[in-house]
Design a protein around this ligand. Structure first.
Ligand code: SF4
Length: 75
């Protein structure tokens, strides 16, 4: 699965790190580190963490297309 955290929104409340510690980790007081490609086995925890984020800063599986190769339809 794909995961993006909008770090400009994230205020380091750490709910995500509490709910899905394998995908999110606090580094120091406020800096959030995260795994952008967590294993699908973590999906439920990650979704719970995304729902719990008070700032809705966690985006799950919303990056499809953005990372798609550009210009593949050219001949
Ligand atoms: S729960 Fe949201 S605001 Fe808190 S650390 Fe995680 S992403 Fe940031």
């Amino acid at each position: 699965m794909k995961l993006v955290v909008d770090l400009s929104r994230c205020q380091g409340y750490a709910q995500c790190a509490f709910l899905a510690p394998d995908a999110f980790r606090m580094h120091g007081e406020e800096a959030l580190m995260y795994d952008p490609n967590p294993d699908d086995a973590q999906r439920e925890r990650v979704l719970r963490a995304a729902a719990a984020c008070p700032l809705q800063a966690i985006l799950v599986d919303q990056v499809e297309g953005q990372g798609a190769p550009v210009g593949t339809s050219r001949s």
